[in-house]
Every structure is written in C-alpha cells, then in structure tokens.
Design a protein around this ligand. Sequence first.
Ligand code: F6P
Length: 549
Amino acid sequence: MNAEGRTQLDQMPEWLALTQHREGFGRTHLRRLFDDDPERAGRYTVWVGDLYIDYSKHLVTDETLRLLRQLAEAAGVAPLRDAMFAGEKINVTEDRAVLHTALRTPESATVRTDGENVTPKVHQVLIRMGTFATKVREGHWAGHTGKRIKNIVNIGIGGSDLGPKMAYEALRPYARRDMNFRFVSNVDGADLHEAVRDLDPAETLFIVASKTFTTIETITNAKAARAWLLGAFDGDSSAVAKHFVAVSTNAEKVAEFGINTDNMFEFWDWVGGRYSYDSAIGLSLMVAIGPECFGDMLAGFHLMDEHFRTAPFESNAPLLLGLLGIWYGNFHDAQSHAVLPYSHYLSQFTAYLQQLDMESNGKSTTRGGDPVRWQTGPVVWGTPGTNGQHAYYQLLHQGTKMIPADLIGFADPIAELGDLRDQHDLLMANLFAQGQALAFGKTADEVRAEGTPEAQVPHRTFPGNRPTTTILASALTPSVLGQLVALYEHKVFVQGAIWDIDSFDQWGVELGKVLAKRLEPALTDGADVSGLDASTTTLVERYRSLRGR
Ligand code: F6P
C-alpha cells in the first residue's frame, strides 16, 4: 500500500499477471505472431479523426492487450482522466488544475475549475489574439517609425518556445511567406545575435513569451532585445510599445519589464508550460498561419480530446499507445522511445515531445510521496527520416537495445513542392520499409540464399522483432497537427496515471537554476568559490583563467 492506501503498482494482481504473461511471451517473434494471426494487421489498427494508427507490429497478442487494459482499469486511468477534464486539481504537488483541454473547447461548453467556467475567458483571449494577429499580418500594426512589421521574434524557452517553434515549422506551408518568424530561447547570446543580425529593428516585433515572466533566459534575452531595439532609436523607450508584446500569466512582472499590459496576452496557471502552445503562447504561430488555421488546429486537438475522453479502452488511441509504452518500459526493460517523423516539416516534433514526455514523466516519486519501485518515463529521441537511416538506424536494426519507435508519415506532399512532389513516394517507401525491416528482419537462411559467404552471414542477418507504431495521415494540416500533439499529450497522461506520478509538476528543473544563479558571480566578479565541491571549484577557476580574469 502507498500513503494514500492504494496498492503499490507492482503489487497489483494486474501487474503480476503481466509479469507472468511476459515470462510466457519469451522471445516470441513478430514473424510468428503474423503467421499465427493473419488478421492482426487489420485488427490492430485504430482510426481517429485523420490519423490511421497501425500497432500490429508490436509484441502483443489479444491477451497482452487485455491484461494491459486491465492494468489501466486497476490503476484508475479513467477516473483521473475524468478528474482532469472536470478541472479538479490533479497536479497535486502544485495544487493546480490541469486544463489544457479547455484551451480547445468550443465556447458553448462549460469547463469549471474553482467554481468558475473558464471557456469565456479562453475565447476572449483567442479573439484578442486574432485581432492582433490580423493587424500584424495585414500591416495595420506598424512599428515605431510607421514601417510595416515583417519580422516576428518569439523570445521564450521550454514550453514557451518549443511548441510555437515546432508548430511553425510543421505548418510553414500555411504561414505568410513574406514575413520572417524566428525563435530565441538559449541564454547563449549567439541565439539572439543570429536571430536579429540581418533584421531591421523598425520592422521587427518581439513576442516575449513566459508563463512566469521570471525565467532568467527569457528575461535576459528580452532585455538584450530591448537594448538592440533602442540602440536603433537613440534610446527612445516609447518605441517599446510598438515592438514588444508579452504572453504571460504574470501581469505584474510584464509591467515591471516595461511592456504595457494592454499588449499582454493572458493565460492561466492551470495551463502547464509544456501543454501551452495552444494558449496565447501560440501567438507567434497565430501571426504566422492566421486565426483561421489556428482555429483548425484547436479543432484537431479537441477531436482527440473527445476521443480520449469517450472512446472505449479497446479503441482508445492515446490509451493504447500509453499501454504499449508501459509494456516495453516495464516488462521488456526498454529505456528509450524513438519518434521518427517522415516529414521535413516535423523537424522539431521530437524535440517538442522530449519536453512533453520527459518533463512530465521523468519522475521517481509517486503522487503520495513514496519512491517509485518501477521504471517511469523513457528517454524520447529521434529526428526526421530518412536522415536517421544513415546515422543511428544501424543500432535500431542490429544493436543490443530494444527501442520501440513511432514512424509518422503523410500521403500527400504539399502542392507548393511542384515537381519535387515526385520524391514523396520514395520518402514513404522508406518509412514502410523501415517498419518492415525492424519487425521481420532478415534471417540467416535468407542471407545465405543470396550467396553470401558464410563468414559474413551473422553480420548481414537482421534479427527483426523490433516494435513500431505507424501513424499515417493524408496531409500535415493544422487540424492533423493538433490531433497528433493531443495524441501524445494523452499518451503521456495515461503513462503518468499508471506509474502513479504527478505528470504536471517539474521540480527536477529547479536545482540547476538555483545553482547557476549562485555560481554566476563567481564567474563574473570572482566572488568567493569556497564551499563548492572540488570539481566545480577547479572548473570555475579554469574558466576564469581562460577568460583572463
Ligand atoms: O524550467 C522549466 C520550465 O518551467 C518549463 O516547464 C517551462 O515550459 C519553461 O521553464 C519556461 O517557463 P516560463 O514560460 O515561465 O518562462
């Protein structure tokens, strides 16, 4: 039992049943699973909205899936999900509701937290964002000198950067091509330098995006951006009003920074940073793609929310994907999960998912405060295909580690590609071929049959039996992007619920922040470093000497 009287996960009969099932499963090969059950390719698929999800190339049988669903039942996934949608404070360590789903709920719906229906204020902000975005897009929001704004620079980090950046890259074909959109996050001055070095300050608008408006990287970059801007206007601080807007939950800090709160777009503490790009944090994206496309994206999110909320466990896509992750992470010792989009436009998708998944489920304490006795969130990694094929796929195919992977692809390349559309079949052939090779491999006999010298046979054999999910949609539209992101959000939710951890706090990022703040004076002014550990002291001294201090 844990502190709340819940049976510890690894003591639940459903968990023990899975442990036993895993023993019996042994090294059963996907080749055999397909031979024994020719129907599985059709049966192990789920179609949600525009996403066709094939999970047949997984090391599961009907029995595995049944046992996994029973675990989800026993672990209370459904009640926790319902509590989230109902605005209950399921982020227990911060005593907060978790209501990113309210950001994409139609205005007519009622979503209450602390007795207040939040949908009216969500839609008020969306309208303000839409008015602002349209003004900028149509050239009615002029800069200090009256010049049209052509460049948008989003300054934020973590959830205030990764989401808008990922979505902007994903939806570039929908974006205004006559404007520049750049994203600055790193406190390394090179990031801001490279983002603005070729821009005219008179045509540049900064969106400072920070939930707390206290994040050191963002505030440092925003101050530097203001200095860059004012440098072009002889220090005339009245220019700030036309070139800086803010997105935050913290009006006081926004005003303190010097941004008029009339130019601030609000969101709320029940939106977690990594779940926030469909809030005002997506302002830069909305300027890029316009309010209508942004609305289509929200509709895509909502479609997946409704699916997750209402679909039975048997056909509930986020639940299934979450359970498959549990099967590998907890019963096959898989340590990582690869997300491999076969779309250039999804170049930032895995980086975005790294925060979503690893900041949510990289925990080792249960909701009740006990140490966990089971594995939690995986290392999430990956880059767009086909580039990875010529780099790390070797390890995926023939390495010693089990790495389940998601292969994501689209049927239609964008029209703008013109003749380059012809390359799309080759791209998709690669996606399908990888799933096939990972699952079924190539046996020694098959290698021999090609006349391969015996000494080479072991090297050229592919064991296969490496599980993948294939996610296929007709095109990467704003709605499809919303569906995809919500799919992963809810998958992460399912896993956190089963592992009994708080997926919505992030205490693990705090220590490094505090230590960096403490160390900075030692680097700059030579403040006393005594009391530091010997390694860090030596590094600080070496750094100071390299900098001639
Ligand atoms: O340090 C982690 C974190 O708090 C993330 O959770 C968050 O997305 C990011 O920093 C940025 O925070 P803010 O939006 O408050 O600047």
